[in-house]
Design a protein around this ligand. Structure first.
Ligand code: AGP
Length: 608
């Protein structure tokens, strides 16, 4: 996520902005910039790299005098990290400056329209279109111009805006991306998040969707998108600075779990247009899609687990054979990639050494590679022939949650797109799946609300020595991720097993009280799952079952049941993984482990 800070008041704006942006560094970013009105004009300074580069460029803000300004740390979504793509963006005359957090979903048609009207673009970003649109609608009234743009733009945005012709005010605008404003005796502030201005004030206003705030040095006015003035009540922040960075959550991992509904929405909605799936970045014609006769999915860790789900989903929906491999195996087994084989690599960081090597190996063998990546401009994103971004925003916790959920969405979209083009997915089935996809964010939200129940159950297993996760088909893939979440942050040994495989050896490990988490979301395999639960119960296991609402027969075989809302059978991983993430998290918290930074682990394994 990008970071926004704005200030208008009695003091120099640049140092206040730099200080505020430094409090947002935890959000992750790849470039930074500021715009300050110096009494005559708007000065803009921006650079790719850490905030320190901007501080040095402006001598701590000293070279940008003025008491009104906006600043930004950019987490790239559209346009790789570069000076030109950094924010603030501005109109040709540099009399309007904008900083933005979010995704403008219809920026391409808007950009084409502005170019046809003679506007010249200097960046690859979606944000720049806002600066030119505001310029286009600005006839002297900033609020009128801003609200006209709001009526025409689709997507998510938190904006800081300033006008050289109105150096006594700055504007804050919000739709879906969080934004707050605050005030003290020295001035008024805009910020993406509380930590940026906690040093100056604890009294803040949370801007709601489609609201505009006009900030002057000593007061603020709030408006709707129809320019009607409204009143808002301030909120007093009780958090300390450390808690504030996590949005009040105890750990980044919990915060990121709760961001999953938005992550799913942000990855999904830009790719659903007029009730169809449009994956512009795929770079493949329908003919090329029809020519695919095999798909290789290659990744590591949780990304590999997403890939295993991808196998079941793509084979089930698009009827294309899929092979999944861990990158560290793929790259050394002289893989057989024949004509018509498509390679897909999945990586949150885009820097995992084994996955990057697998990408290069595939390209050396003459195959194009599609990257499903979260970090824009990362090595895998740059070297893949085509990139499908997951738009989960920066993921701080080592144990992935929101990026994994976004990877699943990307794979569902691919499977449905391929199934549609190859004539394997009829209109009714496609439409029903689309509706099921759109319901996932709200269903995830509902499961997250269940955290207290999961926490109570998790507390029983803080002392566990061995935990087994079992499932069949997609439920096996879910088990893999559930098991990894538990073991990597709680250090409790855990294994995921294809449920039908237990009796071929591992069942000998089941003792009185051993916890077995049985995932049973595939109705076609439900009876088999039941018999596997009975098998382990007969040997003393305590069975935690995760299944679809309505499958109450499971209560005959399970000791503890977590129900997930009904969805398409191919999408159940997106829901079943939520209680399993919470389970692993609360066991680790109960054990006092360092949840966000587990021992021996790195967020990105950039070495073999
Ligand atoms: C998952 O919680 C772990 N952090 C780890 O398995 C991770 O998924 C793996 O290292 C792959 O990382 P990547 O997605 O950045 O390539």
């Amino acid at each position: 996520m990008c970071g926004i800070v704005g200030y208008i008041g009695k003091h120099a704006a640049a140092p206040v902005i730099l200080e505020g942006l430094s409090r947002l560094e935890y959000r992750g970013y790849d470039s930074a910039g500021m715009a300050v009105f110096d009494g005559e004009k708007i000065q803009i300074k921006k650079s790719v790299g850490r905030l320190k580069v901007l501080e040095e460029l402006t001598h701590g803000g000293a070279t940008m005098p003025g008491s009104i300004g906006i600043g930004h740390t950019r987490w790239a979504t559209h346009g790789a990290p570069s000076d030109a793509n950094s924010h603030p963006h501005y109109n040709a005359e540099e009399t309007i400056a904008v900083v933005h957090n979010g995704i403008i979903e219809n920026y391409l048609p808007l950009k084409e329209k502005m170019i046809s009207k003679g506007y010249r673009f200097v960046s690859d970003t979606d944000t720049e279109v806002l600066a030119h649109l505001i310029d286009y609608y600005y006839k002297g009234n900033p609020l009128e111009a801003i609200t006209k743009v709001m009526h025409r733009v689709q997507g998510s945005y938190a904006l800081g805006i300033m006008f050289a012709e109105h150096p006594d005010q700055i504007f804050a605008v919000r739709k879906d991306s969080p934004l707050i404003v605050g005030q003290n005796e020295e001035g008024c502030f805009i910020a993406s998040d509380v930590p940026a201005i906690l040093k100056y004030t604890r009294k803040v206003y949370f801007i709601e969707n489609q609201e505009v705030v006009r900030l002057r040095a000593d007061h603020m006015h709030f408006y709707t998108v129809d320019e009607e003035e409204i009143t808002k009540e301030p909120v007093t922040i009780e958090w300390d600075a450390n808690a504030a960075e996590k949005g009040g959550y105890e750990h980044f991992m919990l915060k990121e779990m709760y961001e999953q509904p938005k992550t799913v929405t942000d990855t999904l909605s830009p790719r659903i247009k007029d009730q169809d799936i449009v994956i512009e970045e795929l770079g493949m014609s329908d003919e090329e899609i029809r020519a695919i006769n095999k798909i290789f999915i290659v990744a590591c860790g949780s990304a590999y687990h997403a890939g295993v789900t991808g196998k079941y989903v793509i084979e089930g929906i698009a009827r294309i054979p899929v092979e999944v491999d861990v990158a560290s195996e793929f790259r050394y087994r002289d893989p057989i990639l024949e004509e018509g084989t498509m390679v897909v690599v999945i990586s949150q960081s885009g820097e995992t050494a084994d996955t990057l090597a697998a990408l290069r190996e595939s390209q050396q063998l003459g195959h194009k590679v599609l990257g499903i990546v979260n970090v824009v401009g990362s090595s895998i994103a740059r070297e893949a022939d085509n990139v499908m971004y997951t738009w989960a925003g920066p993921e701080i916790a080592v144990a992935t949650t929101k990026a994994y959920s976004a990877q699943l969405i990307a794979l569902y979209l691919l499977a449905m797109k391929f199934g549609r083009v190859r004539g394997k997915l009829g209109d009714t089935a496609f439409h029903n799946m689309l509706e099921d996809l759109k319901r996932l964010p709200a269903q995830i939200e509902m499961l997250l609300a269940n955290k207290q129940r999961i926490q109570r159950f998790a507390n029983r297993y803080i002392g566990a020595k061995d935990v087994f996760f079992i499932g069949r088909g997609i439920d096996y893939a879910i088990s893999m991720e559930g098991s990894l979440k538990l073991k990597e942050i709680s250090y409790i040994h855990s294994e995921a097993y294809a449920a039908g495989e237990l009796k071929h050896g591992t069942i000998s490990l089941i003792e009185e009280g051993t916890l077995v988490a049985a995932v049973a979301t595939q109705d076609g395999l439900f009876k088999k799952a039941l018999s596997n639960m009975v098998e382990v119960k007969a040997r003393g296991a305590f069975v935690l079952a995760v299944t679809n609402e309505g499958n109450t027969d499971i209560e005959k075989a399970a000791d503890y049941v977590i129900y997930i809302p009904r969805t398409n059978q191919y999408f159940t991983n997106s829901l079943a993984i939520i209680p399993l993430q919470l389970f692993g998290y609360y066991v680790a918290v109960g054990k006092g482990c360092d949840v966000d930074k587990p021992r021996n682990l790195a967020k990105s394994v950039t070495v073999e």
